[in-house]
Design a protein around this ligand. Structure first.
Ligand code: APR
Length: 238
């Protein structure tokens, strides 16, 4: 008996490039965040232990920018894709903004955490982050003065990695949008998907090389809607 084709398992991984046209900075461009800030002073556990105020100032600025930003056509196209795709759809993001949520996507895996959530460094309790956070803010659960942004710093384990690894291995199509592929484990997911039989595609301003040989190259607000239109048209009426 001929086995039915596996239902298409579409996995999308996004990076800072999908939010660039919403006005949020990327990291490794010439005017990116890591050109302006020393990541060792604002995005590591050691930085937070050394100067929690400086770390909070950095994330307070990014939280304000996130709240002022709007989802762009690329975010909105992914929400349409999740709604109209006939197979399984999973969205993984490296981004800590909430533009995918505000565009209408659901069940998003924020592997690097979120600007919109606070976490207690003592008891691990999480709660919606206030717009401005300070080191002395008491944890609502244990009252400890140890609140931090719920963002994964360099040297920390990203979130949801067991589920994300399973999704990469099961994907039939793995698409990376707006990521330079410089930071692991996110950068290794495309290779895992390909080794398990997935087709790969990237959408970026330029080729990133790595395991990607095919892509749509140009601004995400133009390329993502074009790709989504083609993909949905190609899934047929069946
Ligand atoms: N449209 C499409 N792609 C874009 C656009 C755009 N308008 N603008 C920038 N890009 C692409 C760039 O070409 C680059 O490949 O987005 C990518 C951004 O790369 P990075 O700045 O390295 O961001 P990202 O890949 O998300 O970084 C991964 O590194 O610092 C950590 O935790 C941080 O989540 C982040 C991780």
């Amino acid at each position: 008996m001929i086995a039915a084709p596996a239902a298409p398992a579409l996995v999308v991984l996004t990076g800072a490039g999908i939010s660039a046209e919403s006005g949020l900075g990327t990291f490794r461009s010439s005017d990116g965040l890591w050109a302006k800030y020393d990541l060792r002073k604002v995005a590591t556990p050691e930085a937070f232990a050394r100067d929690p105020q400086m770390v909070h100032d950095f994330y307070n600025l990014r939280r304000r920018a996130c709240l002022d930003a709007e989802p762009n056509a690329a975010h909105l196209a992914l929400a349409r894709l999740q709604r109209d795709w006939k197979g399984s759809f999973h969205l993984i993001t490296q981004n800590v903004d909430d533009l995918h949520e505000r565009a209408g996507n659901t069940d998003i895996l924020h592997m690097h955490g979120s600007l919109l959530t606070a976490r207690c460094a003592l008891c691990g309790h999480r709660w919606p982050a206030p717009e401005v956070m300070a080191p002395t803010d008491p944890c609502p659960h244990c009252a400890g003065p140890a609140t931090r942004p719920d963002v994964v710093w360099f040297g920390e384990e990203p979130y949801h990695m067991e589920q994300i690894g399973e999704l990469a291995r099961a994907a039939t199509l793995f698409v990376v949008i707006g990521s330079s592929g410089q930071v692991y484990p996110a950068a290794g997911l495309g290779g895992i998907a390909r080794r398990n039989g997935a087709r790969l595609l990237e959408i970026n301003l330029m080729r990133t090389g790595k395991p990607f040989r095919a892509g749509f190259y140009g601004p995400a607000t133009e390329m993502v809607p074009r790709w989504v239109d083609e993909l949905l048209a190609g899934q047929g009426a069946g």
